[in-house]
Design a protein around this ligand. Structure first.
Ligand code: NAD
Length: 323
């Protein structure tokens, strides 16, 4: 099967492309940025362009005869989304509608969509199952929820079948160290802590050390990017086979505090750095982790990798590829 991966030059996208190739899919990538680490993704067709450009996108569909889509292309920084909401609504919502329109035009009706645990905001119940109330705390989170709503309507009106995957905190790098995260445009804890461990930044800030958690810092569910990549392939297969749409929460089902992550980075890197205790940030939940039982039951998927593997693989990647 030939799969178009939008945002395939990005972090989770490139790891998913690697997994698709491993499982003998043909892969076409569309991304607005150039494709790095081409050696790690042999045989892919790459098109540099914007999913908002329908003529360009239609040209790719016509030329490549794609059969299904995995849609990662989006802006992803919650903080930035609060400063530049129009940019986020336009890119993430209009971009998704543009893609769906071109899919229908080309009679492609299967899609796996990158959603996020950001749709839940400060969850009322833990662990977070698929059906707890949605309450995004950022424009970014709202764009992911709206993306799911758009998909629901395209299913009803045009027969598009989808899996919406709500990732918790993606982290780590490929285990063969061939691809990893670009830390230049991320607000995520692990790459930011790696920067401090490598001396690129002088310190890191922990936002909130007075939460009602064992060490006072916020709890998140860190999921290895390769586990996520595997889940995308399983979700794609499931959607093709069942011709049914569904949503899945993807995490490990276990939370770690910010302080635990920082200490683990210090231990793995064998480096010390300054940690500043800063005030809580507006909208940050105290604790969030996933109930992944639906993905296990329906997709036969369960996270395999621990926080240790996440940090070891991320350290190996950043200490050999970032500057
Ligand atoms: P990333 O920034 O590394 O990758 C996104 C890619 O999409 C980039 O390469 C970017 O150039 C591309 N892109 C953005 N807008 C585009 C457009 N209009 N046209 C073409 N390409 C475009 O981010 P990532 O961490 O790999 O995230 C992938 C997806 O997963 C995003 O949708 C993100 O919202 C979602 N997500 C990420 C996390 C996480 O922890 N990283 C958690 C939950 C959800």
């Amino acid at each position: 099967m030939k799969v178009l991966v939008t945002g395939g030059a990005g972090y989770i996208g490139s790891h998913t492309v690697q997994e698709l190739l491993k499982q003998n899919y043909e892969v076409v990538i569309v991304d607005i940025i150039d494709l790095q680490h081409r050696d790690a993704l042999p045989g892919v067709s790459f098109y540099q362009g914007d999913i908002l450009d329908k003529d360009f996108l239609n040209g790719v569909f016509q030329k490549e005869r794609v059969e299904a889509v995995i849609h990662f292309a989006a802006l992803k920084a919650p903080g930035e989304s609060m400063r530049e909401p129009a940019k986020y609504f336009y890119n993430n919502i209009t971009g998704t509608v543009s893609l769906l329109d071109v899919m229908i035009h080309n009679d492609v009706r299967t899609i796996v969509f990158s959603s996020s645990c950001a749709i839940f905001g400060n969850p009322q119940r833990l662990p977070v199952s698929e059906d707890i109330p949605f309450s995004p705390e950022s424009v970014y989170g709202e764009t992911k929820l709206m993306g799911e709503t758009v998909l629901k309507w395209f299913d009803k009106t045009a027969g598009i079948k989808y899996s919406a995957l709500r990732y918790f905190n993606a982290a780590g790098a490929s285990l063969d160290n061939s691809i990893g995260e670009d830390w230049s445009h991320t607000e995520n804890l692990i790459p930011i802590t790696m920067k401090a461990a490598m001396g690129v930044t002088p310190s890191i800030s922990i936002f909130g050390s007075d939460y009602n958690t064992p060490d006072g810092t916020a709890i998140r569910d860190y999921i290895h990017v390769v586990d996520l990549a595997v889940a995308h392939v399983k979700a794609l297969e499931h959607t093709v086979q069942t011709r049914a749409s569904s949503t899945y929460n993807l995490g490990t089902g276990k939370g770690n505090t910010v302080r635990e992550v920082v200490e683990a980075v210090k231990a793995v890197s064998n480096r010390d750095f300054k940690v500043i205790e800063a005030p809580r940030r507006l909208g940050d939940p105290a604790a969030i982790w996933a109930d992944c039982s639906k993905a296990e039951r329906e997709l036969g998927w369960k996270a395999q990798y621990s926080l240790d593997t996440i940090i070891q693989s991320a350290w190996k990647w950043h200490s050999t590829h970032s500057s």
